[in-house]
Ligand binder design. Structure first.
Ligand code: 13P
Length: 336
């Protein structure tokens, strides 16, 4: 089992974090269409391999989460994508849930699916080079939500997934995401996120998960995106740390935040402040999708053959996130 702990530490230790490049084809199509690029399999691969072969992969990225399509692709020289990633020293990971569907008896909420046949799929992903996996539970937030039902059902699914992932020799990323949408306060986000995370660990314990071989991927504590409340970085960091200190067992080696719709700069600045204030034993780093890729995608879309310059944009963002994971970021260095 210490093998799983080693994998977890390799992914999130030494100022490294995770590049979440596991957008489903539907989500990736929306992202590409938003910058007027056709969402062909070739274009999705071209953008992704541009990132995976960037210089910053070596020092800033410890793991890359892939989607089923990408883990089975190769670059133009025939090199398999998981191999391209491991050549840089990072570990390939795989999103294994099959998406969030309407939760029966609480139809405004969702339950994440993908447990059927998961044991067999994990064996295949391991053979393809994956050493960690991701499953995302999503929770809406309002006065009556998330309901007890959605908190329980998603925690149960996350625990069953985590058990199968550890059985197959990989590290499960536990991602309970309390969405930013809504006009709720930061205090509401704190309360609901704490309840959600505590239930996850209750279920993980019941399912006998070795916590040292897991990584938690939570949201930061923030007011809703349409709330009139404004909180500064320091308050975000304090509330986020307090929530995690009270809800996460100390055996968990590390926490890799999702960006969840924050701008690249906010996600970096908040992570930096979290690390400046962090007195827990948890490593606190990033597992960003949008907050690592947004500028690079925008730049790349102007000329999809301009690999080198696109990589410069990505390298800068990855470097900023890596500095933030050590509490060494500042406004001045974040200029290109
Ligand atoms: P964002 O950082 O864009 O929220 O994506 C992270 C992720 O993997 C969501 O599941």
């Amino acid at each position: 089992m210490s093998e799983l702990n080693n994998i977890a530490l390799k992914i999130i230790g030494n100022g490294k974090g995770i590049l979440a490049a596991d957008e489903s084809t539907g989500t990736m199509t929306k992202r590409l269409e938003s910058v007027k690029v056709d969402s062909t399999s070739q274009n999705r691969l071209l953008f992704r391999k541009t990132l995976f072969s960037s210089e910053s992969m070596k020092d800033c990225i410890g793991g890359v989460i892939l989607y089923d399509e990408t883990i089975k692709q190769s670059d133009s020289s025939g090199k398999k994508i998981p191999e391209l990633i491991s050549d840089s020293g990072a570990l390939p990971g795989i999103k294994v849930d099959t998406g969030a569907k309407i939760l029966a008896n609480s139809k405004e909420e969702k339950i994440t699916e993908g447990l059927d046949g998961l044991r067999e799929r994990l064996k295949e992903y391991y053979k393809l080079g994956a050493r960690f996996a991701k499953w995302r539970g999503v929770y809406i937030i309002s006065k009556k939500f998330p309901s007890k039902l959605s908190i329980y059902a998603n925690a149960h699914a996350l625990a069953r997934y985590a058990a199968l992932v550890q059985e197959s020799g990989m590290v499960p990323i536990i991602e309970p995401e309390v969405l930013m949408d809504g006009d709720h306060s930061s205090e509401d986000c704190f309360q609901k996120t704490s309840e959600v995370i505590k239930k996850c660990y209750e279920q993980l314990e019941l399912h006998k998960i070795e916590l040292k071989g897991t990584i938690l991927k939570p949201n930061m504590i923030l007011p809703g995106s349409s709330s009139s409340e404004k909180i500064d970085t320091l308050k975000t960091a304090e509330m986020t740390i307090q929530c995690l200190k009270e809800s996460v067992p100390s055996e968990v080696p590390g926490i890799a935040f999702l960006s969840g719709g924050q701008t690249e700069r906010d996600a970096t600045k908040n992570l930096n402040q979290i690390n400046l204030n962090n007195k827990t034993n948890f490593t606190m780093t990033f597992s960003y999708g949008r907050a690592l890729q947004q500028s690079a995608l925008k730049f790349w879309s102007k000329d999809i053959k301009n690999i080198k310059e696109t990589q410069k944009v990505f390298n800068h963002r990855a470097k900023m996130c890596s500095l933030a994971s050590k509490g060494e970021w500042n406004e001045k260095v974040d200029k290109i």
